[in-house]
Design a protein around this ligand. Structure first.
Ligand code: BTN
Length: 234
């Protein structure tokens, strides 16, 4: 990843849309769009991502090249980079929740939304609770401020881009297995009970590891399930 070009916006609907426009115009790998405020921030599964001033909202344009089947791997690369950045700012203890949420003390600190473009580019949208944590969420949330970190959104962005630069190099040189090995160190322990929301409902089972494609292996009462999409519930 070359020296990143960062477009800093005061206010935008969603940095995903601003980044998409740039990517469609040919923006280079590593180009980032951040905003102080988003008026239409979005999360995974069509959920809203509340985006008042104080937190980090950024989308990074990634151009992985190669086979489009590897695109989902980028969520793991980004989550790992983000976890490492948070460790650097708030001290060790950052965990990961499949597929790519970042947790501290069992509460959500950051989320990642991936969107693919027809030309193979991937937009990695990252929201980090820096100064504020949204209220009324159906799961526990936290922020860097609540963890006593004085970091500002710009500090998080700088650390994130540096870690992503390094993590990208690992992914390219050593492959996804190397990324997964590091993800596992921050993921659930084997045998932990997980509840996963699928489009068809909620499935409960014990964590049996990750497949080599990053799929979630869940041991359920009716046998082993391999999940490629869904949300582990907190
Ligand atoms: C999630 O549901 O956990 C993913 C949240 C992703 C939010 C970020 S904020 C920057 C980018 N712009 C958006 O509208 N969404 C992502």
């Amino acid at each position: 990843m070359a020296e990143a070009l960062i477009h800093r916006l005061a206010e935008v609907g969603s940095t995903m849309d601003a980044a998409r426009t740039l990517a469609e115009a040919g923006a280079l790998h590593g180009t980032a769009v951040s905003a102080r405020i988003q008026t239409g921030g979005r999360g995974r599964s069509g959920r809203q991502w509340l985006s008042p001033a104080g937190n980090l909202y950024v989308t990074i344009i990634l151009r992985p090249g190669g086979d489009a089947r590897h695109a989902p791997e980028l969520g793991f690369v980004c989550a790992l980079a983000l976890a490492e950045a948070v460790d650097g700012l708030a001290g060790p203890g950052t965990r990961l929740k499949w597929p790519n949420d970042v947790l501290r003390n069992g509460a959500k600190l950051a989320g990642i939304l991936l969107e693919r473009l027809p030309d193979g580019a991937v937009l990695a949208g990252i929201g980090v609770n820096v100064a504020l944590q949204p209220e009324g969420m159906p799961y526990p949330v936290t922020s860097l401020r609540a963890l006593d970190s004085p970091a500002e959104p710009e500090d998080v962005l700088t650390a994130l881009l540096a870690r992503l630069h390094a993590g990208w190099a690992v992914w390219q040189a050593s492959g996804f297995a190397a990324v997964l090995a590091r993800w596992r160190e921050r993921g659930p322990v084997l045998g932990a009970t997980l509840r996963v929301r699928l489009e068809t409902g909620i499935v409960t089972g014990s964590f049996a590891g990750l497949g080599e494609d990053g799929s979630l292996q869940l041991e359920t009462g009716t046998g082993r399930r391999t999940l490629v999409a869904g949300d582990v519930l907190l």
